[in-house]
Design a protein around this ligand. Sequence first.
Ligand code: SF4
Length: 431
Amino acid sequence: MAEYKRPKNEEEFNSNFKLKKPLMNDTQAHYESSRCLFCYDAPCVNKCPADIDIPLFIKQIHTNNVEGAAKTIYDSNWLGNACGIVCPTGVLCEGACVYNEQDVLPLQIGRLQNYATRNVIDSKKNLYKPGAENGKKIAIIGAGPAGIACACELRILGYTVDVYEAKDKPSGLMVYGIAPYKITNEEVLDETNYLQNQLGYNIIYNTAISTKEQLEDLEKRYKAIFLGVGIGLTAHRGLPGEDKSGVIGAVEFIEKLRMNHSNTKVGDKVIVLGGGNTAMDAASEAARMGAANVLLAYRGPKERMKAYRFEYELAINAGVDSVFNASPEEIIGENTVEAVKFKNENGEDLIIECDMVIKATGQEKQGAFCSLIDKLDVDPDTKIVVNPENNQTTNQKYFAGGDVINGGAEVVNAAFDGKLAANGIHQWLNQ
Ligand code: SF4
């Protein structure tokens, strides 16, 4: 089990947050690609949400056609590099690789994907150019993975694209919300800059679209609007004491860490509430920031946790302890958090001291935003309802994708949604 010292500078921070999947060198990529059996009806492809032709790009790497490999990847997934790094490959393509059946390590598909795409990003090799201008303008709200993928695909189809982004950087949660040992800001921004430079969509930063007047203005000026607004900040749980100093939402904590690195304040005794992947990320990060004790507290049994098993193990290996069947009742303390009171499965009270609480117990939904748009149906969980064939919403002018329709899934799902919606917009405007 790892023990981390508090990082005092960038070098120490980088050492504590060493990347989980480092870039392969040429020899490693050549050797690894030689292991592929180029299976017929390849199970790895069937498990890829973006339907990338995996055996083809692996063969291209092996025959020294690395640019061709990158093109194969980007033809299916505009966030090919980021997905190669952050996709939970163990439960997707690599988990399905036939080698697993023989107790042999599966192909490292994610790292090969990263190798090919990083190569063209570094060499600034343009693989695409925008389609002939068709004179039609599309607005995209949110420059996260769904919005960026939609923008790229629309540019190929000849549309003028304006992306409205509330923050000052693109990529949404890829920059602000993924653990820093999975991907760096530089890695994310290099890919989005690479795409924007060759496809030429506009991003209007620091411009939140949050009023009915703004939406009506967009409706007048654009032929269609794509909603890639994600989900919101950590939801208020209504726990007594939740507003005490030292209590923070997991999304806000991860964002602070991504932006401030070693200057982020982390307590000595940290309790993380939740059992999803965000809880695992936050717990791992608190441990890597040198907290003496990090306790992951989940209200149900271990088997019911939503987190991937490997994410839980990653947290445990970073030094995190866990307690199950502990339902939080109250956050105790004067003005600052001093402990959390839980009830266990027998109804007994359990008080655990701490000086920081990270809540990873769900995020705000976009219900208020959705209610600004006429005839836009949302389901009981406030996810926008779309036609799965083209991601068109019940208000025909609007299409949507990513977390706002699935409640929070992987980057690859958002990238797929953006591409699907762009083609849906194209068909709708040309019928
Ligand atoms: Fe290659 Fe494994 Fe995919 Fe077969 S399942 S094509 S061996 S990566």
